[in-house]
Design a protein around this ligand. Structure first.
Ligand code: AHR
Length: 512
C-alpha cells in the first residue's frame, strides 16, 4: 500500500435573542470585502451521504409502504419533511464500503423477491435490499436532490457497472432499458455524479494507487452514462499526496473530479476515538484541532490538481467528512450510531466555513451520514425523530448554497492552538449579504467588530445556536433541547457590524 502522507484522523439550550455580555469577553476585529467577490459556493458542498449501514436507510429513511409510520411510497414523512427544509443538493448512495460489495441486481424487481445479502463491512447485517435503484432515485426526486451513485470496483466488474448505468440512464430500447421499464420506470434517470470505487486502498480492494488509476481508466472507458455525468475517481481512506498525484498522472485526462475523505476523531486513535457525549474540554479542543486539519489537506490536494489542471476544470470532492466517535454504548456492532451535540453543530459550521474558503476547486462534499449514522442530521427511534445540532447548523447555512463567497478577515483571540472565532461571508442568490460567525471558546464570549466594505446594509438579523454545556444534545424525550433561536443582537453603524457571540456559539446573520 502506498504511504499515506496525512493522518486518517481523524442542558438546555440558551435561547438568546439579545446578546448577554458575559463577565469575560474577548475582542475580535475584521472586515468583509463585498467589493471583492470570490468563487461561487457550489450548493453541492452541502451534500448528504446515505449508505446501506445500520439504520441509516432501513428504519432511518425507509419503513416500507405498509408501515404504521406515516410514509410516502415507503419513505418516512417526518424525515422527508425535515430533509426538504435543508434543500439537500445531492445525495450519495449506496456506499461507502458497501458500494464495493453491492450487486445492483439485488436491488431491482419486486421487493418481496429480492435476495437477502450479508453486509460484510457493517456488522454482517442481513440486508433485504428494499431500497435499491428505483427507490434511491425516487427518494432523490422527492428531495429535489441531484444523484451521486458509487459503482462497485472492489468486487464488481466494468461490465456490471456499465450495465447498471445503462439500466438507469438509457433512453433506448435496449434490453436493460426495457427491464427498467418493466420494473416501473419509463423515463431514464440522470446520474449527476458517478463515483468509481471507494477508498480503494482499504475496504474498496486493498489496491495500490497505480492499480486503481489503471482500473479507473478501464471503468470509465466502458461506462457510458446518458445525459451528462461527472466521473469521480476515488482517493484513499486518508489524503495522500502520492495517491492524488499518481491518479492525476495516470488517469487525469479521463476524470472530471477526484474525491478525498476525512473524518474527525477527537483522539485521532481508531481504537479509542472518544465519546460523543460526556467528554471533557481537552477533547472538545482536540476535536476542533482535528477538524481544522482538513484545511491544509484540501489545499494540498488542490495544489496537486493545479499542477495538472491549472484552470480548475476538474473538481475536488470530499466524498465523506464528519465526526466519528466511539459508538453509543449498547448499540449494535458496526452500525456507527453516535449522539450529536452542540460540539457537532459547531464542527459542521467550521467545516462549511473551510469549504467556502476553498470553493474554487472544492465543489462537492458529503457529510457522513444523513440519518442515524456518524454525524447525522436526524436520529430516529421507531416512530420518533429528532433534529441534531448538525441539522440546525446546515439549516442556518442554507443561504450560502450557491452564494458568491466574499473575503472575510478575522483577528481573533486564540483558543488552544486555534483562533476562537472563525467565519464566512457571501452574497446569496437572494442578493443579500450573509455572515456566519462561530465561537469555539466554550467559556468566553467574543465581542466582534467587522468593517463592511462595499456593503450598503443598515441592519442585521439572524439566528443563534448555542447551549449551556459542551455536550448538550437532543434526546427523544427532549428533542428541542439544542435548537436555534432568533438573534437580534447585531448592529450596523457607519459601515461597521458589531455583535457579541456567546461562548460556544454559531450566529448566522443576514444584512439588509
Ligand atoms: O461512512 C462510514 C465509512 O467510512 C464508509 O463506508 C467508508 O467509505 C469510510 O471508511
Amino acid at each position: 500500500m502506498t504511504v499515506l502522507t496525512s493522518l486518517r484522523a481523524a442542558a438546555c439550550c440558551v435561547m438568546l435573542s439579545a446578546t448577554p455580555l458575559l463577565a469575560s469577553a474577548g475582542t475580535v476585529t475584521g472586515s468583509v470585502r463585498a467589493d471583492q467577490p470570490g468563487p461561487v459556493i457550489a450548493p453541492e458542498l452541502y451534500g448528504q451521504f446515505m449508505e446501506q449501514l445500520g439504520t441509516g436507510i432501513d428504519g432511518g429513511v425507509w419503513v416500507g409502504p405498509d408501515s404504521d409510520i406515516p410514509n410516502t411510497r415507503g419513505f418516512r414523512n417526518d424525515v422527508l419533511a425535515a430533509l426538504k427544509e435543508l434543500q439537500v443538493p445531492v445525495l450519495r448512495w449506496p456506499g461507502g464500503c458497501y458500494a464495493d460489495i453491492y450487486d445492483w441486481r439485488t436491488g431491482i424487481g419486486p421487493r418481496d423477491q429480492r435476495p437477502v445479502t450479508l453486509n460484510r463491512w457493517w456488522g454482517n447485517k442481513e440486508e433485504h435490499n428494499a431500497v435499491g435503484t428505483h427507490e434511491f432515485f425516487e427518494f432523490a426526486e422527492m428531495l429535489g436532490a441531484r444523484t451521486f451513485l458509487n459503482v462497485n470496483v472492489g468486487t464488481g466488474s466494468p461490465r456490471e457497472a456499465a450495465q447498471w448505468v445503462e439500466y438507469i440512464t438509457s433512453p433506448t430500447n435496449s434490453t436493460l432499458a426495457q427491464e427498467r421499464r418493466r420494473n416501473g420506470r419509463e423515463e431514464p434517470w440522470k446520474i449527476d455524479f458517478l463515483g468509481i470505487g471507494n477508498e480503494p486502498n482499504g475496504c474498496g480492494g486493498r489496491m495500490r494507487a497505480e492499480t486503481f488509476a489503471d482500473l479507473f481508466r478501464q471503468y470509465s472507458g466502458f461506462i457510458a452514462p446518458h445525459g451528462g455525468t461527472t466521473m469521480i475517481a476515488s482517493g484513499p481512506d486518508a489524503t495522500s499526496a502520492e495517491w492524488t498525484r499518481t491518479t492525476m498522472e495516470i488517469a487525469g485526462e479521463h476524470l472530471d473530479a477526484f474525491s478525498m475523505h476525512y473524518y474527525t476523531l477527537p483522539t485521532g486513535d481508531w481504537s479509542a476515538k472518544g465519546p460523543a457525549t460526556g467528554f471533557d474540554e481537552a477533547q472538545w479542543l482536540a476535536t476542533f484541532e482535528r477538524t481544522y486539519m482538513i484545511e491544509p489537506m484540501i489545499r494540498e490536494q488542490s495544489a496537486i490538481m493545479d499542477e495538472f489542471d491549472p484552470e480548475a476544470e476538474k473538481a475536488l470532492v470530499i466524498g465523506e467528512w464528519g465526526t466519528w466517535y466511539d459508538p453509543t454504548p449498547g448499540s449494535p456492532g458496526g452500525w456507527l450510531q453516535q449522539q450529536n451535540s452542540i460540539r457537532d453543530g459547531l464542527v459542521a459550521a467550521v467545516n462549511l466555513n473551510i469549504f467556502h474558503r476553498n470553493a474554487r476547486r472544492l465543489r462537492v462534499a458529503g457529510i457522513a451520514q444523513m440519518v442515524n449514522v456518524l454525524q447525522a442530521m436526524l436520529l430516529t427511534d421507531g416512530a420518533k425523530m429528532l433534529r441534531t445540532p448538525t441539522y440546525h447548523a446546515f439549516r442556518m447555512y442554507r443561504p450560502f448554497q450557491g452564494a458568491t463567497s466574499l473575503p472575510l478577515q478575522l483577528d481573533s483571540p486564540g483558543y488552544g492552538s486555534l483562533q476562537a472565532v472563525d467565519g464566512t461571508a457571501a452574497r446569496g442568490r437572494d442578493g443579500k449579504l450573509h455572515v456566519a460567525l462561530v465561537n469555539i471558546d466554550p467559556d468566553t464570549a467574543m465581542e466582534v467588530s467587522l468593517s463592511l466594505q462595499g456593503v450598503q446594509a443598515t441592519r442585521a438579523s439572524g439566528q443563534l445556536l448555542t447551549a449551556d454545556a459542551i455536550d448538550a444534545h437532543n434526546t427523544f424525550d427532549d428533542p428541542d433541547h439544542v435548537k436555534p433561536a432568533p438573534f437580534d443582537g447585531a448592529r450596523i453603524s457607519e459601515g461597521t457590524l458589531t455583535t457579541t457571540l456567546p461562548a460556544k456559539s454559531l450566529v448566522v446573520l443576514t444584512l439588509e
